[in-house]
Design a protein around this ligand. Structure first.
Ligand SMILES: Cc1cc2nc3c(=O)[nH]c(=O)nc-3n(C[C@H](O)[C@H](O)[C@H](O)COP(=O)(O)OP(=O)(O)OC[C@H]3O[C@@H](n4cnc5c(N)ncnc54)[C@H](O)[C@@H]3O)c2cc1C
Length: 457
């Protein structure tokens, strides 16, 4: 089997998977009015493979950016996140895993390639009391764990949170979400299972629910993402799908190595959103007739500088890449700096674009009013700016969707939490920074050459 078409991919979602949405069990995901929109959104990845415009794109970052651009600023993710996990597992197993685990991973990877599979990754456990380790929690199921070891495999129980696109993929990769210590053996494993595995239950969030009024919500009615509470109700995983288990020493390394790749993916898929915000901000300034005002130029300069700083950092992270187990990995410090820079300033970018656009973002008319022959002349007359009302409202509706409605709120939380919190990025930067290079220079300038790198004065 080679690359699948979008239709072949959608047909593959028709199986016995257990998906719940808005209080009911959904049997055919592609036919559901809203989950079907999610499925067709991710099918863009399969269409892209056939599209000659993208054939020459050899850079992973540029491919991810192009796919998200085709997805109207919403990431596709069903190839990206799975490869982040597979690359991470390959590196970690090459350092300290068993030969058997590596062979199982390689067989799974080859199958994903051969059958052109779509993948989700369940890393984030529900976690319970954040101050406690898995083995210290009142309920041991708050981190996914092995409850039984059998001759033919393991049985796992527990739940993961926020699993993106799980109802619309073929396979789920499960990774530990943190470092583990002796005593946490039962929680220290990595494996992959088909979505249609008995006992695997997906409770989908409806946060981006709603199909009405594409005029007022030009992106979010056509493109949707979905996350699940992913419950493992004594799920059997055969040995050939288990990459490691009972290995607290591999858990933390897997969690960290995964996010090294995944944050690079994240920043790459943020670029179309940032470009859209810059473009919409400039267009709003023009539509409102304020483009030449000093404060507006200042805000637009900041906005463009922010977007290009993030773009420049992710390009630098790729240029500074290292190699391990035959895989190129992005520079850890620069990747985290890119992600932190993006996330730290994203809310300010929303603030700037909303400021330039004005209050119609939340007080404007609906598509029903806009399409009413009686009301429309009033709107045409009074909602014009430097641009006629139809063009001005198209820009303001785009900004409203991007920054003020549910989609805007979703992107704002995604910026802060997805791929790890701001604090996680700062910790990773601190760990990866080559401080001795800077200290060495400072010591030399201070005339303290005798203070050796790493030594205390
Ligand atoms: C839209 C979206 C999509 C996502 N997709 C996926 C996905 O596909 N797969 C996946 O596995 N995950 C996914 N995530 C999960 C994401 O990685 C987590 O949201 C993130 O790691 C934060 O975890 P949390 O949501 O449990 O928040 P928490 O970890 O509870 O964070 C809340 C706050 O508590 C702080 N905190 C947490 N623990 C501690 C501690 N021990 N000590 C001190 N402070 C602490 C954090 O720094 C933060 O400030 C997604 C998240 C979002 C929002």
């Amino acid at each position: 089997m080679g690359l699948r078409t979008a239709d072949q991919f959608l047909a593959g979602l028709r199986d016995s998977r257990e998906v719940y949405y808005r209080g009911e069990r959904i049997t055919q995901v592609p036919d559901h009015p809203e989950l079907g929109v999610v499925a067709r959104h991710v099918a863009i990845d399969f269409e892209l493979a056939e599209d000659p415009r993208f054939r020459d794109l050899a850079s992973r970052s540029k491919l991810i950016e192009a796919a998200t651009g085709e997805g109207a600023t919403l990431v596709i993710l069903i190839k990206e996140i799975g490869t982040d996990a597979l690359f991470a597992l390959k590196r970690v197993l090459s350092r300290g895993g068993t030969a058997e685990g590596s062979a199982r991973l390689e067989a799974f990877y080859q199958r994903c390639r051969r059958e052109d599979l779509a993948l989700a990754v369940a890393q984030t456990d529900v976690k319970g009391d954040r101050s406690k380790r898995p083995s210290e929690q009142e309920d041991p199921d708050l981190y996914v764990r092995v409850v039984e070891e059998r001759s033919d495999g393991i049985v796992v129980r527990g739940a993961k949170a926020h699993t993106s696109y799980a109802p619309c993929v073929d396979e789920l990769i499960v990774l530990p979400s943190r470092s583990m210590a002796p005593g946490d053996e039962a929680w220290s494993m990595a494996f992959a299972i088909p979505i249609a595995t008995p006992g695997l239950r997906l409770y989908a969030s409806d946060f981006l629910h709603g199909l009405e009024d594409p005029w007022a919500r030009p992106i979010s009615t056509a493109h949707k993402m979905v996350e699940t509470l992913t419950v493992f109700d004594d799920v059997f995983v055969p040995w050939e799908r288990v990459f490691f288990h009972n290995r607290p020493d591999l858990a933390g390394a897997t969690a960290l190595t995964f996010v090294e790749f995944h944050r690079f993916t994240a920043v790459s898929y943020k670029l179309p959103l940032l470009d859209a915000l810059v473009g919409a901000g400039i267009a709003a300034a023009r539509a409102n007739g304020i483009e030449r005002a000093g404060h507006v130029r200042d805000k637009l300069t900041w906005l463009a500088g922010y977007a290009e700083t993030v773009r420049g950092l992710i390009e630098l992270a790729a240029q500074r890449c290292g190699f391990e187990a035959g895989i190129a990995y992005p520079d850890v410090f620069t990747t985290n700096l890119a992600k932190w820079t993006f996330a730290r300033d994203f809310h300010h970018a929303l603030d700037v674009v909303q400021d330039l656009a004005g209050g119609l973002l939340v007080t404007g008319p609906s598509g029903m009013d806009w399409n009413s022959a009686e009301i429309r002349p009033v709107l045409d007359k009074y909602l014009r700016g430097a641009w006629p009302a139809d063009r001005r409202m198209a820009v303001l509706n785009l900004i409203s969707d991007l920054t003020a409605r549910a989609y805007g709120g979703y992107q704002a939380v995604l910026a802060i939490h997805a791929e790890g919190s701001l604090e996680a990025e700062k910790l990773a930067m601190l760990r990866a920074y080559d401080s001795e290079r800077a200290v060495g220079l400072a010591m030399r300038l201070a005339g303290l050459q005798d203070v050796l790198a790493g030594a205390k004065a």
